[in-house]
Design a protein around this ligand. Structure first.
Ligand code: AMP
Ligand code: MG
Length: 495
């Protein structure tokens, strides 16, 4: 133990104070030889944690679940969920344990969760463990999301366990210390709705309101307000995913956060070449969670959420259904507004009008038809806004650029109305069009290197992705799309 850095985690565990049927008290199962892979020192400080203490053997023992820190009250949360459309009345934290909550410097309460911390009563046939690959994937992608400014759970630390996990083959085991605004899911509400436990639904709704939407606490229609607020956050979140070409891959209701954060990065992926029907997840045979389906799936998940709240939404069933329907009906407009606003910014349009919608829709059609890289076309378009000479580089990103020129003429006519200099327009575009994203082939390559003991590519990728909008020397290999032989066609849950 490093006596100069005693580990003090100012836990305040509000969820563990809820009724006992909300969770099961469960300690992590100790592992053989914990070793720190990476600690997110910036996030630790935001949480008022001492990075040096967390990196000490005492801290690593806590991050691995070998030691229960003072004030920690470890629990596995109960939840249910629709998985690929089928309802499963009991899921729950099968391989993750909530060790407690802390209130950060910004006043926000956050969960500290150990993913891969050993079996719980919700593990079903699983071993409660995680392999190094998926842990690093979640670390990379969730931190890249944070840097992109998209609501997300965060990675506080990754540790290896010194043990193997057995999937198709023995793999190095690891644990991710994940931080979330909460782990309340649509599936948490469904757990109690399936049991017709209205008291629990009310308790949970009150908890969610107090924690995430305190402005609703005093209002007369707080449960209706909760539904509207969750709908608004999901509409905004899914639009943000679409703007960066992200495919979550498992948009089940148990992976839908009430706080509106991206959660449970499993077989998720960023698209290279744009096509709306893109699917990467090896288990998504029907393409249910394909890129372009995500807005409609979120809508479906929100209807499931609304159903759980019905007992709280009105004095009669009819009144409750009408109140829910009215709020659900707002989703398409909220989503369309968010998606159009974001794309307008990506195209350099500061004041968006309804007239701009065809221009936005058509850039996607042109890209899809032309086999263009999603990320680089928007970024190169930013360069072309400053200097038309960059149109050649833009064209080079297309396998078929035949439809591009007509679109560029329309876009330039529209930019004239901006009343900003080309440099100003380009700077605004570059601030929303990333130059680097966690491309699949990069993530896979770093995971492969890590499995053979070389963590340097992982560390570098995480470091560089912290500045996604800034072009600079030394990142050429991270900018370019995969070569044909590098393309990753399928991603795996890794459970
Ligand atoms: P996920 O695909 O990560 O969203 O997990 C779906 C459900 O399966 C959750 O209830 C998880 O806790 C559970 N689960 C996934 N992997 C494991 C595992 N290795 N051991 C136990 N439970 C697991
Ligand atoms: Mg999940």
């Amino acid at each position: 133990m490093d006596a100069s850095h005693p580990l003090l985690i100012p836990f305040d565990n509000s969820y563990a104070r809820l009724p006992e049927r909300f969770y099961t008290r469960q300690r992590p199962t100790p592992v053989a030889a914990p070793a720190l892979v990476r600690l997110n020192t910036g996030l630790a400080r935001e949480l008022r944690l001492d990075p040096a203490a967390l990196a000490s053997p005492e801290g690593v023992a806590v991050l691995a679940g070998n030691t229960i820190a003072d004030g920690s009250d470890p629990i596995a949360m109960a939840y249910a969920g629709h998985q690929f459309g089928s309802f499963v009345p009991q899921l729950g934290d099968g391989r993750a344990i909530l060790i407690g909550e802390v209130v950060g410097r910004d006043g926000t309460r956050r969960d500290i969760h150990l993913k891969g911390a050993g079996p719980t009563p919700y593990s079903r046939r699983g071993d409660g463990r995680a392999a190094l690959g998926p842990v690093l994937r979640e670390y990379i992608v969730s931190e890249a999301f944070a840097a992109l400014g998209i609501p997300t759970t965060r990675a506080l630390a990754a540790v290896t366990t010194g043990e193997h996990v057995y999937r198709e083959e023995p793999l190095p085991g690891a644990i991710l210390a994940r931080v979330a605004s909460s782990h309340l899911r649509v599936g948490t509400f469904q757990f109690f709705a399936a049991r017709k436990d209205t008291d629990a639904i009310r308790t949970l709704a009150d908890y969610a309101i107090a924690r995430h939407f305190p402005e609703l606490v005093e209002g007369p229609e707080k449960y209706r307000g909760l539904l509207s607020a969750v709908i608004a956050r999901q509409a905004s979140l899914i639009a943000r995913w679409m703007h960066v070409g992200f495919i979550h891959g498992v948009m089940n209701t148990d992976n839908t956060s009430i706080a509106g954060e991206t959660i449970d990065f499993g077989p998720c992926a960023f698209m290279d070449t744009y096509h709306p029907s893109t699917v990467y997840s090896s288990v998504d045979y029907a393409g249910r969670y394909a890129f372009a389906n995500q807005p409609a799936i979120a809508n479906w998940n929100l209807v499931r959420f609304a159903e759980t709240l019905l007992p709280l939404l009105g004095d009669t069933q009819n009144e409750a259904v009408a109140a829910a329907q009215e709020r659900i009906d707002a989703y398409p407009v909220l989503f369309q507004t968010a998606i159009a606003d974001g794309y307008a910014a990506k195209l350099g349009l500061s004041q968006r009008s309804a007239d701009d919608i065809p221009l936005i829709q058509d850039v996607l059609t042109v890209k899809a038809g032309g086999g263009a890289d999603f990320t680089l076309t928007f970024r190169t378009l930013s360069d072309a806004a400053e200097n038309p000479d960059h149109e050649a580089a833009l064209r080079a990103l297309f396998t078929d650029a035949s439809a591009l020129d007509d679109w560029l003429v329309r876009w330039r006519l529209r930019l004239v109305k901006e009343n900003r200099t080309p440099s100003e327009i380009a700077a605004g575009m570059r601030a929303v069009n990333p130059i680097i994203i966690p491309r699949n082939h990069l993530v896979e390559a770093t995971i492969k290197a890590a499995a053979s003991g070389d963590l340097a590519p992982f560390q570098r990728l995480v470091d560089e992705l912290a500045r996604p909008f800034e072009d600079r020397p030394g990142i050429d290999d991270l900018k370019r799309p995969p070569q044909p032989d590098e393309v990753v066609h399928a991603t795996f849950c890794g459970t």
